[in-house]
Design a protein. Sequence first.
Length: 214
Amino acid sequence: MWVNSDSQVGSIGGGQLEFLATKRAREMIAEGSTEAVASLPLGPVLSQCCGGIVDLTFNAVDIPETEPEYGFPMFLYGLGHVGSAVSRIMETVPHPLVTFDDREDLGASHIDVLAVIDSAPEKAYHLVMTYSHELDFEICRRLIERNAGGSVSLIGSKSKKARFASRLRNLGLDSKRINCPVGVVGIRGKEPSIIAVSVVAEFLLWQTAEAISE
């Protein structure tokens, strides 16, 4: 966690521990101190019932370090209303994100869909939600033909999944690879922000399951 006199970047978990750590960091800034350590028993000192001891190290730095990314990446195909909402949430999640949209003004990291698919690692979460059903199908088809590991998740209805599955079977491809509809069951709402929360939650559940199976 990086702290200056009036803001912070990152977190050490919140609560009383983070409050005291932030307070001490700002005291150090005022004092001109550059290094310190602290060992805090969570129960006796902080009155937190979880117990245990946390050791903190304080060091003065000019700019915050970027938070490390880990785990399997999300490949997001499409930066429309829902895709943009997903992208914004993913900026707060410490997992890699690769974006595609051939509309250059949307600022995706790639505008060439073949380059995106070819750059994908062995396992990733592919989230397909472009402006075109035909483009969605081509992305799904290429991912399945490539035997991309991970999840091929498609935004859409059960009827869209059925149409795509039929076309894939006619091509001799595994239609069961498609995860559609996407999102966590029980989260309802048509607003882009709500759909995005549901989809990212599903991505995180998938991430955890894949990490356990490794």
